[in-house]
Design a protein around this ligand. Structure first.
Ligand code: NAD
Ligand code: ZN
Length: 363
């Protein structure tokens, strides 16, 4: 079955995002039409490789005479200089050329690392993203950010590098652990809040607590989210303004992740909690956003947030977030559902009150 939506998402005219179910044939067709089938670098998440090595991955790698395999162990620690350097070495030692495709199959970790390999080796090799986690499908595979972590901080090394194509095969979600689906849903809800409330309506109709199974609604939902991100990014590739609205909920979320420790914290859950703060803040500024839009998904996120830090300390931690301009805290607020904008908050009591609201809800 092949059911691809081709999104009109070009940062340049070359770039496409395809979303569909069981689109292996379509990917093979594209690769055969676009590249000489001599070499390819395949960078795959280790879990995904284990699950798909005899099916999807075999079909793709089998197209090439000399596929070079690089496996990425699960976890954020794989976005390291050490693994980056190891994969670059393997790539160069295989005597790849500048036209050799780099095909990256995995979640956001593999995508960020593999994307940066493609951006760097030979000053740039053609990058094909095949996202396999919900978060990667709706967020990290779209937008051209690639990179790795440094001991000084997350995502501090990297570049903006456009993939030549993104192929999103929703079938991968059938093996994605439920907690990773819920992690990705944090961003999906975010798109519903900042851009398209139909996303929230569709989400409410989906059986989110059951194991993933394909439906047209899921396919449309994922396509819509990818399109929203790519539309925003197309207008603002290097993050000077508009792209900021994708950070809705994130200024709070980054502090939540920091105080809980990144390893104990799901990003999607932190974003979900952060959006409660951002809605409260919007309402304190005089807008009228119904929290029911968020509370409808409350049962997905059942862990608590009971920080040792005071409201003031949490607020001060936001001052260290990079979204701070001129001493004010830059936050994304909603003027109405689907209409987001960035604003600088100088009256920090409003932020403290928003923190209080989050803590009361999630204690
Ligand atoms: P991840 O890549 O760690 O994947 C989550 C888990 O799911 C891993 O254990 C992985 O092995 C497993 N997995 C992935 N696909 C699977 C499948 N189909 N079946 C079974 N298991 C599967 O995490 P993630 O949430 O996808 O991505 C998080 C990363 O993305 C972070 O490093 C973050 O910084 C980055 N990110 C980047 C951008 C960007 O614009 N580049 C945006 C958001 C997040
Ligand atoms: Zn996010």
């Amino acid at each position: 079955m092949f059911n691809s939506i081709q999104l009109n998402t070009s940062y340049t005219s070359q770039h496409h995002v395809h979303v569909g179910y069981e689109i292996g044939n379509k990917i093979a067709e594209y690769l055969s039409a676009t590249f000489t089938l001599k070499k390819a670098v395949l960078i795959a998440d280790e879990n995904v490789h284990r699950l798909y090595k005899d099916t999807f991955i075999k079909d793709i790698s089998g197209l090439f005479d000399e596929p070079v395999f690089c496996l990425v162990p699960e976890g954020e620690q794989s976005k390291s200089l050490a693994l980056f350097s190891e994969i670059i070495a393997k790539t160069l030692e295989a005597k790849v050329e500048r036209i050799t495709p780099v095909i990256v199959i995995g979640g956001g970790v593999t995508g960020d690392l593999g994307g940066y390999v493609a951006a760097s080796a030979l000053r740039g090799m053609p990058l094909i993203h095949i996202p396999t986690s919900l978060l990667a499908m709706v967020d990290s595979s779209v937008g051209g950010k690639t990179g790795i972590n440094h001991s000084v901080g997350k995502n501090l090394i990297g570049s903006f590098y456009e993939p030549k194509a993104v192929f999103t095969d929703i079938k991968f979600l059938e093996t994605l652990p439920q907690k990773e689906i819920i992690n990705g849903l944090g961003e999906v809800i975010k798109y519903g809040m900042i851009k398209d409330e139909n996303i929230l309506t569709t989400l409410k109709s989906l059986p989110l607590f059951e194991p993933f199974s394909y439906s047209k609604e899921w396919e449309q939902l994922i396509g819509t989210c990818a399109r929203i991100k790519s539309d925003i990014v197309t207008k603002d590739f290097k993050e000077s303004g508009l792209r900021e609205i994708l950070n809705f909920g994130h200024t709070f979320a980054h502090v939540i992740e920091r105080v809980r420790g990144y390893e104990n914290s799901s990003h999607g859950e932190a974003v979900y909690m952060g959006m409660w703060g951002a809605v409260k803040l919007s309402n304190l500024l005089g807008f009228n956003i119904d929290i029911a839009n968020l509370s409808a998904f409350r049962t997905l996120y059942d862990s608590s947030f009971q920080p040792q830090e005071s409201l003031e300390e949490l607020t001060n931690l936001m001052l260290h977030d990079k979204k701070v301009k001129d001493g004010s805290i830059r936050v994304i607020i909603l003027e109405e559902l689907g209409k987001a904008r960035a604003t600088g908050i100088t009256d920090l009591s409003l932020i403290r009150e928003s923190w209080n609201y989050i803590i009361q809800e999630f204690e």
